[in-house]
Ligand binder design. Structure first.
Ligand code: ZN
Length: 185
C-alpha cells in the first residue's frame, strides 16, 4: 500500500482532459488501490485520477456507505437541482455551496471492466458529479457565481502558500491500519 501525492489547484494536470481506459491491467489495479488508500488517509469521499497526477479516466468514491470504482463514467440520466456544500482534496480548506443535479444515474465500468449503473442522490450523487467533473478538467469552484468564486480564490491565494510545489504530501502517520487476515476478503 502506498499513499500518492495530491496535486492542488494550480497544477496543470487538474485542467487536462483524461484519456479513456481501454485496458485494465495490474498497474491500473494498483493505482486504484493506492487511490482508495490516499482518499481514506486524506479523509475524502472521492478522488479522481488527475488529482494524483494521472491521465486515466477513473475515480474512486466512498460515500453514503457505497464504495465504488468508476472507470470511463458517464452521467446517463439526471433530474432536479440542489445546493450543497463541497470541498475538494485538491483545494484544501476551501468550501462553498455548489448547485448540482439532485439525482443522477451514472454508467461506468468496474475494476473487472464490467459495465454497471449506479444511482446517486445526496452525498453520493454530489460526489459522483464532482469526480466526473475532475475527469474533464473541471473543479467545483468553476461552478460558483463570479462573486463566490472570487472569494474562494482569494482564500486559496493564502492557503496555496502551504503547497509551494503544488503537491500535497500526506503524512505517513495518516496511514489507515493494515487489514488483518481475519477481516480481509
Ligand atoms: Zn475534487
Amino acid at each position: 500500500m502506498s499513499l500518492l501525492d495530491i496535486h492542488v489547484l494550480g497544477s496543470p494536470i487538474l485542467r487536462q482532459e483524461t484519456q479513456r481506459v481501454d485496458t485494465i491491467d495490474a498497474g491500473l489495479r494498483k493505482l486504484v488501490d493506492d487511490m482508495f488508500d490516499t482518499m481514506h488517509a486524506a479523509k475524502g469521499v472521492g478522488l479522481a485520477a488527475p488529482q494524483v497526477g494521472r491521465r486515466e479516466r477513473l475515480a474512486v468514491v466512498d460515500a453514503d456507505d457505497t464504495r465504488l470504482v468508476v472507470i470511463n463514467p458517464e452521467i446517463v440520466h439526471f433530474e432536479g437541482r440542489v445546493k450543497g456544500e463541497e470541498g475538494c482534496l485538491s483545494i484544501p480548506e476551501i468550501y462553498a455551496d455548489v448547485e448540482r443535479h439532485a439525482r443522477v444515474i451514472v454508467r461506468a465500468q468496474d475494476i473487472d471492466g464490467k459495465w454497471y449503473e449506479v444511482e446517486g442522490s445526496d452525498l453520493l450523487g454530489r460526489c459522483l458529479q464532482h469526480e466526473i467533473d475532475h475527469l474533464h478538467g473541471r473543479l467545483f469552484t468553476d461552478r460558483l457565481s463570479l462573486l463566490k468564486r472570487r472569494t474562494a480564490m482569494k482564500e486559496w491565494e493564502e492557503e496555496k502558500l502551504n503547497y509551494p510545489k503544488l503537491l500535497r504530501v500526506l503524512p505517513v502517520g495518516d496511514l489507515p491500519p493494515e487489514r488483518d487476515a481475519a477481516s480481509a476478503g
